[in-house]
Design a protein around this ligand. Structure first.
Ligand SMILES: NC(=O)C1=CN([C@@H]2O[C@H](COP(=O)(O)OP(=O)(O)OC[C@H]3O[C@@H](n4cnc5c(N)ncnc54)[C@H](O)[C@@H]3O)[C@@H](O)[C@H]2O)C=CC1
Ligand SMILES: O=C(O)C(=O)COP(=O)(O)O
Length: 413
């Protein structure tokens, strides 16, 4: 059977997937009729990225690819961005919104993977395993209980008590740890976890401190020499959030001085672009540090789920216009629109646009079957379902595009 005629041929819609995104994403696009999927195992250098994105309608990235305002300016056809991960700090979200481009992510699919790794690392650090393992690799043998502790009864301090932080807390309580947390927002404590008065109290009481904040202007270098100095002597630090959160030189110094007893670091201020590039860090060669190559969320379970979840959000936006769960865009949840033509109008949120939109339908005597509108401070997104033929819908779209303040229009049938 020939594919159903659509407003834009699906095989002409280019999907660009970078950074080794799960094959599940490709399958999800193909199953929905999107056959033009281009994949790359790595992130691309900026000049290649700009070329590859120039004719892409959808782009999928992970934490490595930087979609700056400059890169986005070259992406004239881009309809939406999928971050196949949790963090969205690698995208200029405001620039994307003002280009009429919603950004989607997978807010929960790798949460558990990060939490399990962090808990394992807390146990390893409390037992002094990283340095013991390093010694064994060199043919050494230091069988001793000195400096080696059970996790049971120790205090875990969680900075950033969001999805990952709370999961880490629940797992840690299962081991019999005391859990304290600090967050900038008031949070519901799970289990017996307790919010500390402030970060200083958490630092003064924790045997292991683990960071689970997003990368923001406020978290940039939030964990430096002053915070490390306030940790209990010999306490451990885990960072699986973002490399910019910790002053890495200060951490190296605190490890060398022995004030910090050990660390586990998954994220770095400068990460290699791909698996062929070297890691450069002041932490290299320090035995009591577990170094991992940003694999907190890299389990097959998490990646398989993320591939399906984010691809499905992009397909839904393409087919139906729904922006539900977009991180930078007014969220509009839309019903199916079988039997009607759907017009999408993304505009700057300035007075008068909606009345101009409605005038267009009134002037033509076209009845509106359904209308959906959401706005935020920058952008308005209005979706109009009408009973029209293909030619009328195309003409209506052109009229909508001529409204001052319009950022982008689409027609779906
Ligand atoms: N290593 C890896 O592979 C992975 C790393 N991540 C990183 O972990 C971060 C956290 O992920 P989720 O828990 O899902 O995010 P989330 O948004 O659910 O939780 C973050 C928490 O941090 C709090 N927060 C923000 N600024 C803060 C500040 N200045 N001080 C204290 N608390 C603050 C927020 O209020 C929120 O409760 C992500 O943004 C991402 O950067 C996420 C997944 C995998
Ligand atoms: O989900 C996140 O925010 C992560 O940091 C995981 O990033 P990745 O997909 O492994 O590049």
């Amino acid at each position: 059977m020939p594919p159903k005629k659509t407003s834009y041929p699906k095989q002409d819609i280019k999907v660009l997937l970078l950074e080794g995104i799960s094959p599940n994403a490709v399958e999800t696009f193909r199953a929905a009729g999107y056959s033009n999927v281009v994949t790359h195992a790595k992130s691309l250098p900026e000049d290649e990225l700009r070329k590859a994105i120039a004719d892409a309608h959808f782009v999928g990235i992970r934490s490595r690819t930087q979609l700056s305002a400059e890169v986005l300016a070259d992406a004239k056809r881009l309809m939406a961005i999928g971050c196949f991960c949790i963090g969205t700090n690698q995208v200029d979200l405001d620039a994307a919104e003002l280009a009429g481009v919603p950004v989607f992510n997978a807010p929960y699919s790798n949460t558990r993977s990060v939490a399990e790794l962090v808990l394992a690392e807390a146990i390893m650090l409390l037992r002094g395993i990283p340095q013991k393992s390093a010694q064994c690799h060199r043919g050494g043998w230091s069988k001793s209980a000195a400096g080696s502790h059970e996790a049971r009864g120790k205090t875990l301090g969680i900075v950033g008590y969001g999805h990952i932080g709370t999961q880490v807390g629940v797992l840690a309580e299962g081991l019999g740890m005391q859990v304290v947390f600090h967050d900038i927002e008031t949070k519901l404590s799970l289990g017996n976890a307790r919010a500390t008065r402030d970060l200083d109290e958490l630092l003064a009481t924790s045997d292991v401190v683990t960071l689970h904040v997003p990368e923001t202007a406020a978290t940039r270098l939030m964990f430096g020499a002053p915070q490390m100095a306030k940790m209990k002597p010999g306490a451990h630090l885990i960072n699986a959030s973002r490399g910019t959160v910790v002053d890495i030189d200060a951490l190296a110094a605190a490890l060398h001085s022995g004030h910090i007893g050990g660390a586990a670091v998954d994220v770095f201020p400068e990460e290699p672009k791909g698996n062929d590039d070297p890691l450069v860090s002041p932490l290299l060669g320090i035995d009591n540090v577990i170094l991992t190559p940003h694999v907190g969320g890299s389990t097959l379970e998490a990646q398989d789920n993320i591939g399906i979840e984010v691809a499905a959000k992009l397909v839904r936006y393409s087919d139906n216009g729904s922006t539900l769960s977009a991180v930078n865009f007014p969220e509009v949840t839309l019903p199916e629109h079988a039997g009607s033509h759907r017009l999408l109008h993304i505009h700057r949120n300035v007075p008068g646009v909606l009345s101009r939109v409605n005038e267009i339908f009134g002037q033509r005597g076209i009845n509106i079957d359904g209308q959906f509108l959401r706005t935020d401070a920058n952008v308005g997104y209005v979706v109009i379902d009408v009973s029209a033929d293909d030619a009328q819908a195309t003409e209506l779209r052109a009229a909508l595009a001529a409204i001052p303040g319009t950022l982008r229009t689409r027609v779906l049938y």
